[in-house]
Design a protein around this ligand. Structure first.
Ligand SMILES: [Fe+2]
Length: 286
């Protein structure tokens, strides 16, 4: 019989998992227990501090709703989301770099014809986004889908802003034989992640700001290929090197070009001048 003591705590608790039939679950339980115990040994929290930690996590859960995901914000702002993403991207064999999905993805956006606008209210500076989806050998991928979403020029997503029409700045596009895609939107702006909850309090006490640099979200996938969740970031944004969720990668920073040519603007269905960005996505085979 081995009773629980400060010295043997980790071994005694892990020993209770021996009945676990699922090897991966057993490993997860053992590692989580080991790291939580190591944290307690290093920090030696007072009972009051541990109560505060539990109250904090309770409030994170209570803040969650169908419109708000405080646990994703917590994972994102602690860098865990990006670490998990980096590990998986390395294991999956290349292609366009991925980044956080973020808490504002909404399934069910409208499928739109190539070149269509995702802006339902026309507010903001017009922008055209175009490029192609290719495999790692540079061959175009037909039938690739691009699920696109972004915040408005005020920094809010449709789900946060009652003044935006539902599914504003969201759309799904499918490439044809040439693998090309194009859509119009408005220039994104930097924005604070929701900071009126426990994650915001954590950032404040750490002396951190809640801002993310301007970006457009993409989930790009195709049959037979590994889907990626990624962003395109705008060059020159003041928050590129201090993104609250650590999502920026050099390869995902694009330089919007100002287009003054009225004939080219007319062919894009936009007024001149407008902004234009071009980016080719590369997908790895599944
Ligand atoms: Fe975002």
């Amino acid at each position: 019989m081995e009773l629980f003591t400060e010295e043997n705590a980790t071994r005694v608790v892990q020993a209770r998992n021996t009945g676990c039939k699922d090897a991966r679950m057993r490993q997860i339980l053992d590692v989580v227990i080991a790291h939580l115990h190591a944290m307690a040994r290093e920090l030696e929290p007072t009972r009051d501090e541990w109560s505060q930690a539990i109250a904090f996590l309770t409030r994170v859960g209570q803040m969650c709703s169908s419109q708000r995901q405080e646990f994703i914000l917590l994972s994102d702002t602690l860098g865990v989301s990006m670490l998990v993403d980096a590990i998986n991207h390395r294991r999956e064999g290349g292609g366009t770099e991925s980044t956080v999905l973020g808490p504002f993805y909404r399934a069910g956006a409208q499928r739109l014809p190539m070149g269509a606008s995702i802006s339902k209210d026309g507010r903001g500076e017009p922008m055209r986004v175009m490029g192609s989806v290719r495999d790692l050998d540079g061959q175009p991928i037909a039938g690739a889908t691009l699920d696109v979403w972004q915040s408005g020029p005020n920094g809010f997503y449709d789900v946060q802003d009652p003044n935006q029409p539902p599914f504003n700045l969201r759309g799904v596009f499918t490439t044809e034989a040439d693998g090309r895609y194009a859509f119009t939107t408005v220039k994104p702006s930097s924005y604070p992640i929701p900071d009126d909850g426990p994650v915001g309090e954590m950032l404040k006490s750490a002396g951190r700001h809640p801002y993310r640099p301007a970006h457009i979200h993409f989930v790009v996938g195709a049959p037979g290929f590994r889907p990626i969740a990624t962003h395109l970031f705008m060059v020159g944004d003041p928050y590129l090197d201090s993104d609250a969720v650590f999502g920026v990668k050099e390869s995902l920073i694009v330089t919007p070009q100002r287009v003054w040519d009225s004939a080219r603007a007319a062919s894009a269905g936009l007024p001149a001048p407008y902004w234009e960005i071009s980016y080719d996505f590369a997908l790895a085979h599944a």
